[in-house]
Design a protein around this ligand. Structure first.
Ligand code: HEC
Ligand code: HEC
Length: 227
C-alpha cells in the first residue's frame, strides 16, 4: 500500500514538474529579461532604480503596467522621443521578459524632497520655515491621496493605487510608492495637459485636470516617501 502511494505521488510529482517546465517555455524569463535590460541601465539605473529624478524608477513596478507602457511607446500612443526608438527595437517576448525582470527588483527609498520654488516676493525662508512648509505640503498630499478632493471632483488615489502605493497588478494600475517626485510631477502635468493620453477612459486626465499645481506637488512629494 505504502509503495503504491509512493509510486503514485512520484508519478504526480513528475507530471506536475514537466507541466511547469512546459509552461515556463512560454512564459516570461526573468534572467533573459536582465540581459535584455542592459541597455536600459544608463537611464533607469541598476535594477531599475534610476539616479536621475526625471527618469522613472521601474523596479518593483507591476509587470502588466510595464508591458502596457512599452507597447504604447512602441506604437506611439504614449509619446516620448527617448523611449520611442528603444521600444521599437523590442519584440513582444523582449517586453515580457524585461517587465518580469523589473517587477522582481526592489524599489529604493528616496530622500525627503527639497522644494526649490522660492517665492521672489518674499524674503528667503529660514530652515525652520522651510520645514514647516514641507510638513504642510506632506500633510496636504497625504490627505489628497487618501481622501481625494471631493468638492473639486478629484478621486482618492488610494482607491486604485492602493493604501501603500503598491498598485493593482491584475488591473494594470501602476505602483507609485518611492517613485521620484520630479517624475511624478512631470507625468501628472502631462496627463493634465493631454501630453500623456494613453490611459484607460482618460481617467488620469480627468483626475489631474481638476488638481491645482500645488496639489500635484503635494501628492507627488508624499508618494515619493511611501514605501
Ligand atoms: C536615454 C534614456 C532612456 C533609456 C536608455 C531608456 N529609457 Fe525608459 N524612459 C526614459 C524616460 C525619460 C522616461 C519617461 C518618459 C515620460 O516622461 O513620459 C522613460 C519611461 C519608461 C517607462 C515608463 C515608466 C512609467 O512609470 O510609466 C518604461 C516602462 C521604460 N521607460 C522602459 C525602458 C526600458 C525597458 C528600457 C531599455 C530597453 C529603457 N526604458 C531605456 C528614458 C530612457
Ligand atoms: C480610477 C482609478 C484611478 C484613480 C482614482 C487614480 N489613478 Fe492614477 N492611474 C490609474 C491608471 C489606470 C493609471 C495608468 C494609466 C496608463 O495606463 O497609462 C494611472 C497612472 C498614474 C500615474 C503614472 C505612473 C507612472 O509610473 O507613470 C500617476 C503618477 C498617478 N496615476 C497618480 C495618481 C494620483 C496622484 C491619484 C489621486 C489624486 C490617482 N492617480 C488616482 C488609475 C487611477
Amino acid at each position: 500500500m505504502r509503495k503504491k502511494w509512493l509510486a503514485l505521488s512520484l508519478t504526480l510529482a513528475l507530471a506536475s514538474t514537466s507541466s511547469i517546465l512546459y509552461a515556463a517555455d512560454n512564459q516570461a524569463d526573468i534572467e533573459a529579461g536582465e540581459t535584455k535590460a542592459a541597455s536600459c541601465v544608463s537611464c533607469h539605473g541598476e535594477n531599475g532604480n534610476s539616479m536621475v529624478s526625471t527618469f522613472p524608477k521601474l523596479a518593483q513596478q507591476d509587470e502588466s503596467y510595464l508591458q502596457k507602457q512599452l507597447h504604447a511607446f512602441k506604437d506611439g500612443t504614449r509619446k516620448n522621443p527617448m523611449m520611442a526608438s528603444i521600444a521599437q527595437s523590442l519584440s513582444n517576448k523582449d517586453i515580457a521578459d524585461i517587465a518580469a525582470y523589473y517587477m522582481a527588483q526592489k524599489v529604493s527609498a528616496n530622500d525627503l524632497p527639497v522644494d526649490n520654488d522660492d517665492d521672489d516676493d518674499k524674503p528667503a525662508a529660514s530652515a525652520a520655515d522651510k520645514k514647516t512648509a514641507m510638513d504642510k505640503l506632506m500633510a496636504e498630499g497625504s490627505n489628497l491621496y487618501r481622501n481625494g478632493d471631493l468638492p473639486h471632483e478629484v478621486s482618492a488615489c488610494i482607491a486604485c493605487h492602493g493604501p501603500l502605493g503598491e498598485g493593482n497588478e491584475p488591473a494594470a494600475f501602476p505602483a507609485l510608492r518611492s517613485q521620484h517626485a520630479d517624475y511624478l510631477i512631470k507625468t501628472l502635468t502631462d496627463f493634465k495637459n493631454g501630453n500623456r493620453s494613453n490611459n484607460p477612459e482618460n481617467m488620469m486626465h480627468m483626475i489631474s485636470n481638476k488638481m491645482t499645481v500645488e496639489e500635484i506637488k503635494a501628492v507627488s512629494y508624499r508618494i515619493s516617501m511611501m514605501k
